[in-house]
Design a binder for this molecule. Sequence first.
Ligand code: ADP
Ligand code: MG
Length: 475
Amino acid sequence: MSETGGNKAAVVSIYGQALAPETFDPTPEIRTLWDKVYNRMREEFGEAIFRSWLKPMALQASYHGTLEVSVPTRFMKDWISTHYAERIRQMCKESGEGIDRLEIVVVHGHVSEETTVETAPKSIKSNVNELAEKLDLSSPLDPRFKFETFVVGKSNALAHAAASRVVECNVPFNPLFIYGGVGLGKTHLMHAIAWEMKEKQPDKVVMYLSAEKFMYQFVRAIRAQDTMTFKEIFRSVDVLMIDDIQFIAGKDSTQEEFFHTFNALVDQNKQIIIAADRAPSELQGVDERLRSRMSWGLVADIHASTYDLRLGILKTRCGQLGVEVPESVLEFLALKVTSNIRELEGALNRIVAHADVTKADITLESTQDVLQDLLRSSDRRITIDEIQRRVAEHYNIRIADMHSSRRARNVARPRQVAMYLAKQLTARSLPEIGRKFGGRDHTTVMHAVKKVDELIAEDPSFAQDVEVLRRTLTG
Ligand code: ADP
Ligand code: MG
């Protein structure tokens, strides 16, 4: 896991705990692992528990088979430890990467000063870009994350439009705050803005980095007793983009510094762009002033993806990869892999890689085979009858209404939800499903699937309803 080794000099982490120096920063593999575990927690424990207890968990570090995550309060730590930690540890273990311990720490954001001093330049050079690079302040941009490769749909139209405006106009709103769930394209959009800025306004200094890196570098500057350089650099950029701002929850001194940077830049009419996994008002552990300050500009949320968007993204990806995948397979993936885009792309990559290795054609069967683990929920042989019963119960309508031709909204909508779940959770074809719903046509089922998908993207409480149903059926 670690690339350096042998160096045993203790580095003190920001909450005053010794970590192995080479593992302070989790590797991309560990980050991916944590993303997966995070998603699984949501699926397994359910939305309510996830929101109340697990969502605030943040990845901190990994070392010697231990994964360290932080929570904002002691109480939360105790609760998670007694109720969920063991299962989370198992999830980590199952995800590979050799993690078999979970360490939960409480992070209030107090900074430990006792540490080695590193040297840093004493004066600011004129070239901020160069200096920022030298000091490793900004993060590299992913060449795949451009506007050209970003597929626009209903769920992300606002965020996309806002991002485009920022590139075209001079500080149209400040800050731009983009938020949405994991893997829905926030980072992609931010990189796209940065790339476009670099191309269209090359004289501007654009800085992109994660809140985690901001904190890390800030702490480093404190240790090196050179916060002047840090402050000056951050206050002389034209565009500052901070990704995953939720990370600074509970980290008071970092928040304080960010707040000052933020104000200094806004005063100079410099653009700030922030991404987070939740709305500014929901950022627990973030100072009230900062929360309200962050919502002064434009707040754009990215909703859960729709079927059409997923299909569009898959087609774009096939184009990029230069592979041909049968339409039926793409449709199948767009229907089944709905949790997030990263997972969807992962699924596509897997079937493409598999076909490449086995030199076999990609078919619906091979896809189902290769993605068995991902599609597990549909293996449980949930029946359409069961779905109809549960959905009818949930919405308090009669089962007979699943088959009837009544079109009143209060029965038609649940019926559509049931069709949607039937498509997602069973291996039945559209015509088969139609037959089970009072002999309806397959186009009616398709329409229902799309409609529900749209509503999920538009209406969070509806989305939660469907999610609850899906979970009671699969769990
Ligand atoms: P987030 O930062 O919201 O967690 P990312 O920006 O990292 O998500 O997106 C996860 C993956 O999904 C990336 O590979 C990204 O390119 C892809 N992706 C997300 N949304 C879109 C979209 N609308 N069009 C194309 N690719 C997308
Ligand atoms: Mg991201």
